[in-house]
Design a protein around this ligand. Sequence first.
Ligand code: NDP
Ligand code: MG
Length: 373
Amino acid sequence: MKNIAVLGCTGSIGRQTLDIVRSNPDKYRITGLSCGSRVTELVGLSREFSCKNVGIYDSEKYADLKSLLPNANVFQGDDALTSVIDDADTVVIAVVGMIGLKAVLYALEKGKTVALANKESLVAGGSIVTEQLKRGGKLYPVDSEHSAVWQCLQGENDFSRIILTASGGPFYFTPQSQLCGVTPEQAVKHPNWSMGKKISVDSATMMNKGLEIIEARWLFNTTNIDYVIHPESIVHSMVEFRDGSIKAQAGFPDMRLPIQYALSYPEHADRNFTPLSLPLELRFFPPDENKFPAPKLAKQAIISGGNSAAVLNAANEAAVALFLQRKVSFTDIVQIVEDAISAEPHCELKTADDVFETHNRVYEKIYLKYRGQ
Ligand code: NDP
Ligand code: MG
């Protein structure tokens, strides 16, 4: 029996993780659950899974949570990302945003296995997470592309290149001149995946692929990473070897597959799944980085190193929040990120505190600048 904590349990990845646990009560037990502020959903899930440790980040909701779950250990604030996992072996980190870094570092410090959906933590704090991993804990990817790469690398000692796939999001075939009028409602409708708002907007701007390129850089210790547009989202990514052979991992686009693999690794466990009916028409296109420059910014951030990726991530989090509040336009998002990287003096980020300081400062500067518009 594996003891599992799910941070961000009320979100898209969190709920799909709990679906897997629900179908495998003999394999998995939930010992920790937390979310940002949605008390009612959290209480329902905690009761369903008889969860002992429950956390809510929003301290204003703590009293409500405590009164509704009198027999649970109830945590608030940062403890909802840290202490709530203490009884778990595996921690699924499915919170959104760089705040997930607190959870990743704490879980690794405690020697836990981290099943990581939260990509912003690796983008902003990849070097610090990598250092922490040398001291203990394990880190398994949940993001579908990185799970695909991980699966392709089983039994392999070496590779020459990672080729991530990208659906292209809802606007890949939309004329560039129409992009500035895209609304939040249009941007959050992804053609192949049902996801939280932030990652849906990231997919629409293709910043998601940029974040994933940086994520892959840390997970697989390479800078040799390309990407290709694959609108069907059936091939989840590929790995090229030194002899030119390419391995790809494919499957129906369903996040429960990579989530389950991170929980059942090294096994491919049983699961009710939608079989692919062959033959399929699979298309692969080269990216258009004039229309969608975000992945190019991410590749530059890898080359620049230091604080670049943390600044890119913070500026993107702020710009997406502003876009969802209709304070900036869709095409402003990536422009804001590019401007923030140019404005910020280059420096090294040596500690987690450096990463949080940079993130909060860059985020607030951008947020305050555009909030009143
Ligand atoms: P959602 O917006 O659907 O869910 C986010 C979850 O995080 C919610 O449970 C939310 O709680 C919780 N949360 C937010 N802030 C905090 C906090 N400070 N402390 C504790 N919990 C918090 O996001 P997704 O599930 O779509 O995405 C989660 C992460 O996984 C992101 O980093 C995303 O990039 C990544 N990812 C997602 C994929 C997907 O298919 N959805 C695919 C690959 C990666 P509340 O409900 O109370 O607000
Ligand atoms: Mg992905």
